[in-house]
Design a protein around this ligand. Sequence first.
Ligand code: CTP
Ligand code: ZN
Length: 150
Amino acid sequence: MKKLKITPIKNGTVIDHISPGLALKVLRVLKIPETTTSVVSVAINVNSRMGKKDIVKVENRELDTKEVDKIALIAPKATINIIRNYEVIEKRTVHPPREIIGIVTCSNPTCISNAREPVQSRFLLVQDDPPRIRCYYCERDIEDIAEGIK
Ligand code: CTP
Ligand code: ZN
């Protein structure tokens, strides 16, 4: 059978081994503008050696620490591959931070971190995979972390 491949990219970032179905959430973290002229590919539920996975490829883009932390909270099994001139020059695994400061909104509307005079949100990682986080202030466990990502 002819195998349809997603195009390799020349320069940029490939986020690979995303748990199936989570690519669109990862894409949201990257905040790619509608006016982008870069090649962006999203593959959902593709077969791999280790079962199904999602992949996101973004040309001409490297990720900052905050973006990597957000991806780790959504897809802790992801690998981040930096591509230069078609070669993988760096491959990193991601790790959700122990303390998550300022990147997730608490789902408790009365939490002090949601007050009008805002205190930066702060969570503790209580489970690695799937990540579970608990608000440092009101102790609420966040059900849908991706939903709360700023
Ligand atoms: N990739 C790409 N463009 C390139 C080079 C690689 O899109 N120019 C993609 C590959 O398709 C793959 C990922 O980047 O999804 C990592 O590439 P590589 O390390 O070559 O693949 P594997 O060895 O299969 O990676 P792993 O062991 O992490 O599964
Ligand atoms: Zn809270």
